[in-house]
Design a protein around this ligand. Structure first.
Ligand SMILES: [Zn+2]
Length: 310
């Protein structure tokens, strides 16, 4: 019998999500003899909408194709294939976007995660007329390279005027794991290169209306956020839900990069809250722009894309 652990271990060849596996298309092209294609050129994928008085922009930084096992390490591969087939999705890989959020509210410009460091984020910000110097805060959800890789690529802070907010429990993990864990070492180096790093914890309001919510399991200190403005709410679940078909219907399935089975409990709690409070939800790896509504459906949930009003 294949245990969840051994199947998860099989994914290890990819490295921590976004570290070894996260080479953006352009970087991959540069290391191969294959001529660049249209997909290797910079693309601008940005989607802007209002959450009350805040202006939120989703920016697509990169995309990967993950193995099928990434959307269910604790279930039979046939169950994953059957689910994908039932949604008309490819069964030879799982196309996965990497998106970040830019929130503008009052005097604050808050970037939620920084992408891979080699993707389209900086070019897209330039295209939108948003200078990196204008970012006042960077809120990092967890240490994986597809979320912190853009903080200080090459050791140079990408957002020189921003204070950087990193989860306190994740910092404790990095302190213990750096040296043994390539991703943790890289994250620690990025944080050391950035200036004005602060830690935050569950319930902390990083800026008015933008509050951290503990969502541990995917990583030891993984965080979600709630953006509230007037009556409007956007729940930002980071990597707690990473696929629109698999993890809404089956919150108990584990994502290939979930470090602990607690991720499943966290996922069910966050989705239940999003459904009961009827808020919009954003997740980093959903098909761009990854904004939608959540409803209860049998023992699980259902996602409906709803990107235009929050
Ligand atoms: Zn991620």
């Amino acid at each position: 019998m294949t245990t969840p652990l051994s199947r998860r271990a099989a994914l290890k060849g990819l490295g921590a999500f976004g570290v070894a596996a996260a080479l953006p298309t352009a970087a991959r092209a540069a290391t191969s003899d294959t001529p660049p294609t249209a997909a290797d050129h910079h693309t601008v994928s940005a989607h802007t909408f209002a959450v009350g008085g805040a202006t939120v922009t989703v920016i697509r930084d990169a995309g990967f194709v993950l193995p099928l096992s990434a959307v269910g390490t604790n279930v039979a591969p046939e169950a994953v294939t059957a689910l994908l087939e039932s949604h008309g999705l490819p069964t030879d890989g799982v196309p996965t976007d990497v998106s970040v959020l830019l929130i503008r509210a009052g005097e604050e410009t808050v970037l939620v995660d920084t992408g891979t460091g080699g993707g389209d984020l900086m070019g897209t910000m330039r295209a939108l007329g948003i200078a990196p110097e204008a970012v006042t805060r960077v809120a990092i959800s967890h240490f994986h390279g597809d979320h912190i890789g853009g903080l200080a690529p090459g050791g140079t802070p990408a957002f020189p005027n921003a204070s950087v907010h990193f989860p306190a429990p994740e910092m404790a993990f990095l302190d213990a794991a750096a040296g043994d864990n390539e991703g943790a070492s890289a994250a620690k180096a990025a944080l050391q290169s950035a200036s004005n790093v602060q830690t935050y914890a569950d319930g902390d309001e990083l800026v008015p209306g933008f509050t951290a919510v503990a969502a541990h399991g995917h990583t030891p200190g993984h965080m979600a956020f709630v953006l509230a403005s007037g009556e409007a709410r956007l729940m930002i679940v980071s990597d707690a839900v990473a696929h629109p078909a698999a993890f809404f219907a089956h919150p108990e399935w584990l994502f290939g990069f979930d470090m602990d089975a607690q991720a499943a409990t966290t996922r069910r709690q966050l989705l239940g809250r999003a459904a009961d409070e009827r808020v919009h939800l954003f997740a980093s790896h959903m098909p761009f722009p990854g904004i939608g509504r959540v409803g209860r459906d049998g023992g699980g949930f259902r996602f409906t894309p709803a990107p235009y009003a929050a």
